[in-house]
Design a protein around this ligand. Structure first.
Ligand SMILES: [Ca+2]
Ligand SMILES: [Ca+2]
Ligand SMILES: [Ca+2]
Ligand SMILES: [Ca+2]
Length: 589
């Protein structure tokens, strides 16, 4: 590293010669003193590590280019000709300042200020800024792509820190998840969106599958520099040039140029049913509660009505999760009928013993006769601590579909299993994992007993399993419930009780469609539909709707669209007596 040492006299004469204009009228005495200190290049201020070696020090850096101007500051970067050639040191720096109107992109500036690490973000504060005139070409942006930042572990700690404050370009990016309430979206710098992968989050546990955590994901903040910013839908393609900041332990690109390319159509309904087809759907209603006011309850009902009518195409049975009570679900049925009088649904719901919980339920259309609705597993005890195992006990619907002569009996079980929340918590993780496992073992046991007693029953088990189509490394929930364990194994192994095993229809979706939820930018399939061997041959196909998991937060309050009606997409199973799909044959389109 080189440090240019200039005397105060040299600086003053240089300033005069170049016609510098001071942005601030007065240079305080403390900073004037620092003029006697050495002048640094930005890469020296940034240093090669996670934080600046000059924290708290008043420094001066001369002749850097303004690359971007934001609300509360601006970005400067070393001209390419003075680059240190060290890939570990950033050439960019954020200067916190009242910028308007003196500072503009393309100017060369000298800056004196205090180096601050603001929650990991290297900044110059309380600056004095000297503008040397503008119109200069900007440094070439560094390209991010599918290899940079690295998608692999171990991920270098300075993988993005080395670009902090610098100009970057993403030529072919993908929005991994929708804009959040701040307008920011997780993105990757490649053409493929990231999916949850099997296993325990890196570094994991020896001998068990490891999920790398998709470290290539970072954030795009379209409104970072100013303005509202474009709402982004998950799955959109984009190109951007911008500057990189570190905020709240995440790296965010604040774009100076942003072009959104191919945008998925949201909502994207499932296909229409064909003659003689029956459809059974699952939809998580995201804490639907008639007592809730934000967003307005009427807006939520209206959007969910659009979702069920237009996007899921009015299934004969809708298995729902996260509904507060029967009155709330009945409100939704009423709203659907008000919006389309031909769609008559009956709401069925049973309170769980813990009545403060959001529960599961059914919306059953008048194409189906309800024979019985019963809660199961409500009083089962969790062996670890004697509490109730099933906070949201499954509900069993025995029904008969009138679309067939004679009417076709079928049984639908709606479930909402324990979430992954806290699964790797050092204190509570073991309890969470055991609860997920025990719930799955209990459900598998119930199904096994049922199919033993009634081998001809067409049994569909559907809902939010809060589990992937593969092992999470701690517990293989779906392997447990289907009787098809993931060969990768799990810390708590599957107790294989199911014979014959069930079919998880998520596995029949194209790989790029296997998600119903986005968590931290990872697309994941939390919702599943399973059938027993007696029901398998009646399945025509399965489809997943779009418009929720990928919907920007800004759509959640928009009454004119179904998109954003919930945080989960819906899943629809198509069955028909005409199908008689031979075992193992791919479902119909
Ligand atoms: Ca460097
Ligand atoms: Ca940093
Ligand atoms: Ca830094
Ligand atoms: Ca990965």
């Amino acid at each position: 590293m080189t440090r240019r040492k200039l005397s105060a006299a040299q600086r003053c004469s240089g300033a005069a010669a170049l016609g510098l204009s001071a942005v601030a009228a007065v240079v305080p005495a403390a900073i004037a003193t620092s003029l006697l200190q050495e002048t640094l290049e930005i890469y020296e201020i940034q240093g090669p590590g996670l934080s600046s070696p000059y924290q708290g020090v008043v420094v001066r850096s001369d002749g850097n280019l303004v690359t971007a101007v934001g609300r509360d500051g601006f970005f400067i970067q070393t001209p390419d000709a003075r680059d240190d050639g060290d890939p570990d040191t950033s050439n960019g720096l954020y200067v916190v300042a009242d910028v308007s109107p003196e500072v503009a992109v393309g100017q060369l500036v000298d800056v004196i200020g205090t180096v601050v690490e603001f929650f990991g973000w290297t900044q110059l504060r309380e600056p004095q800024v000297f503008v040397r005139g503008g119109g200069n070409p900007l440094p070439a942006p560094i390209d991010l792509d599918r290899r940079t930042p690295s998608p692999n572990q171990p991920w270098p700690a300075i993988e993005l820190e080395r670009f902090e404050g610098m100009r970057l370009r993403v030529a072919s990016g993908t929005v991994a998840g929708p804009s959040d309430g701040f307008g920011d979206a997780p993105v990757v710098a490649g053409a493929q969106r990231p999916f949850r992968e099997p296993g325990i989050l890196y570094p994991g546990i020896a001998g068990l599958p490891v999920f790398d955590g998709n470290p290539e994901t970072f954030w795009l903040a379209p409104g970072g520099l100013g303005g509202q910013g474009t709402p982004l839908a998950g799955g959109s393609a984009f190109t951007a040039v911008g500057v990189l900041v570190e905020e709240f332990d995440e790296y965010r690109l604040w774009p100076t140029e942003l072009e959104v390319g191919t945008v998925p159509t949201l909502p994207r309904p499932v296909r229409s049913r064909r003659g003689g087809e029956l459809t059974v759907a699952t939809q998580n209603l995201e804490r639907l509660d008639r007592a809730a006011t934000e967003p307005p309850y009427a807006t939520r009902l209206g959007k969910l009505s659009r979702q069920i009518r237009g996007v899921l195409r009015a299934p004969d049975v809708v298995a729902v999760q996260e509904v507060k009570d029967l009155a709330t679900l009945a409100d939704l049925a009423s709203r659907i009928r008000a919006d389309d009088p031909s769609l008559v649904y009956t709401a069925r719901h049973e309170e769980a013993p813990r009545t403060d919980e959001f529960d599961v339920g059914f919306l059953v259309r008048d194409t189906v006769d309800i024979l019985s609705v019963s809660q199961i597993g409500a009083n089962v005890i969790f062996s670890l601590d004697g509490s109730l195992l099933n906070d949201r006990p499954p509900l069993v619907l025995e029904a008969s579909w009138r679309g067939h002569d004679p009417p076709l009996p079928l049984t639908v079980v709606v479930v909402h299993q324990r979430s992954l929340l806290g699964i790797d918590d050092p204190e509570d993780g073991e309890r969470v994992r055991r609860k997920r496992h025990e719930q799955a073992v209990w459900l598998a046991g119930w199904i096994q007993q049922r199919q033993g007693e009634r081998p001809d029953e067409r049994l569909i088990v559907i809902g939010d399993f809060n589990a992937f189509e593969f092992t999470d490394g701690y517990v293989d929930v779906m392997g447990q419930v289907t009787g098809r364990p993931d060969q990768g194994g799990a810390l708590i192994p599957v107790v294989d009780v199911l014979e014959p095993p069930l079919t998880d229809w998520v596995g029949w979706l194209p790989a790029a469609e296997r998600y119903s939820y986005i968590f931290g930018g990872d697309a994941e399939a939390l919702d599943h539909v399973l059938t027993t061997r007696a029901a398998d041959p009646w399945v025509a196909t399965v489809a997943v709707s779009r418009g929720n998991a990928d919907a920007p937060q800004s759509l959640v309050t928009d009454p004119s669209t179904a998109a954003g009606s919930s945080d989960h997409d819906g899943l629809v199973l198509y069955l028909g007596p005409h199908v008689r799909r031979p075992d193992g044959r791919r479902p119909l389109p």
